[in-house]
Design a protein around this ligand. Structure first.
Ligand code: FNR
Length: 370
């Protein structure tokens, strides 16, 4: 196998290695998958305005997220059911994140429990929460995550129902029988029945609370002292309301283009959300980040950090923990190089003036002398 030199290359390797049902579940977006392509394409509408002759012999990529110091503004998004990709699943991801000095977000629908992931050793971890109809289930799970040392809740707010992922419907996607949604095993909610369409869509319809609203964001704050990140914000309006309702941070996300198709790419929605947040809480982004240049662009548009989703499951499938480590290392190296070539020595030196976007007003250029 030729040497892997960038994050995207893991996708083709994963496709070869994984059963079709699993690969399709990881790779797919909703319906026409317009937003899926757009999450990537939109980054190419942003170009650099690099500054030169700045001493870039030392580059500091460290940053702070909710008070936690991490080695770089590149973190791991929650992706469900990682043991379908590799037998070590979430264990491998947790170890790789911790070795890289960054944050892992564990999915509610992980195939390893919060306690199991905590047992892999020290590391800063967030817990992604899906709110079940049965609030006792939610309260118990949040308490367990807190006790296991998780530092924040990423509350996913874009999934009152599951988006229509046609490959999952065709494949009758369901969790393989040898795996369970480990966090829910003891609560008898750990299995997914086979259905006439997507087994996951049926599971969501049966268990997830469609009534979820801002009052539940308040309620969550009464049952935990962990800060809450609202994951799935795409408008300035909702950014403002999130701040008013006590969110500690906002994640601009379209769920990897798996929920509502024809929402904008996250990189194009980012700036309005940053404006809506008015500097009162940090804003993060996920969706389509595959290059160090993408990370830089997100930070230049006001993000405090980014999360990656699919690159983790694809590299897990290809090489397990070593694959995830390599993904984080490649992104770190590319991001460091982008900083150096742009003339930025620290995260705080990255500004809006280091990029120009297609939606910026045209700059007045001096008229050519004929
Ligand atoms: C996800 N995502 C997700 N989000 C969430 O809140 N809970 C979850 O359990 C999952 N599971 C999940 C599985 C898979 C296979 C994918 C691809 C995505 C969404 C995820 O957290 C994140 O928003 C996107 O993956 C980011 O986009 P990229 O990096 O995959 O392009």
């Amino acid at each position: 196998m030729a040497e892997v030199t960038n994050v995207t290359e893991y996708q083709a390797i994963a496709k070869e290695k994984l059963p079709k049902m699993v690969y399709d579940y990881y790779a797919s977006g909703a319906e026409d998958q317009w937003t899926l392509a757009e999450n990537r394409n939109a980054f190419s509408r942003i170009l650099f305005r690099p500054r030169i002759l700045i001493d870039v012999s030392k580059i500091d990529m460290t940053t702070t997220v909710l008070g936690f110091k991490i080695s770089m503004p590149i973190m791991i998004a929650p992706t469900a059911m990682q043991k379908m990709a590799h037998p070590e699943g979430e264990y491998a991801t947790a170890r790789a994140a911790s070795a890289a000095g960054t944050i892992m977000t564990l999915s509610s629908w992980a195939t390893s429990s919060v306690e199991e992931v905590a047992s892999t050793g020290p590391g800063i971890r967030f817990f992604q929460l899906y709110v079940y109809k049965d609030r006792n289930v939610v309260a118990q799970l949040v308490r367990r995550a807190e006790r296991a040392g998780f530092k924040a809740i990423a509350l996913t707010v874009d999934t009152p129902r599951l988006g229509r992922r046609e490959a999952d419907i065709k494949n009758r996607f369901t969790l393989p029988p040898f795996l369970t949604l480990k966090n829910f095993e003891g609560l008898d909610l750990g299995k997914m029945d086979k259905a006439d369409d997507s087994g996951l869509a049926s599971y969501v319809a049966g268990q997830i609370d469609r009534t979820l609203s801002w009052k539940d964001v308040k309620w969550l704050q009464t049952i935990t002292s962990m800060p809450i990140l609202v994951k799935g914000v795409l408008t300035a309006e909702d950014a403002r309301i999130a701040v008013q309702n006590g969110a500690a941070g906002i994640i601009v996300s379209n769920h990897g283009a798996r929920q509502l198709d024809y929402v904008p790419s996250t990189i194009m929605a980012l700036e309005e959300v940053v404006k809506g947040a008015q500097g009162r809480v940090p804003v993060f982004l996920d969706g389509g980040v595959r290059r160090g240049t993408d990370v830089f662009k997100a930070l230049a548009l006001g993000a405090s950090g980014i999360f990656i989703g699919r690159p983790v499951v694809f590299s897990l499938a290809a090489e397990g923990e070593a694959g995830v480590r390599k993904v984080l290392q490649m992104l770190r190296d590319e991001f460091e190089l982008t900083m150096a070539l742009s003339g930025c020595r620290s995260i705080s030196e990255i500004t809006r003036n280091h990029i120009v976007t297609e939606w910026d007003a045209p700059r007045a250029l001096p008229a050519p002398r004929l």
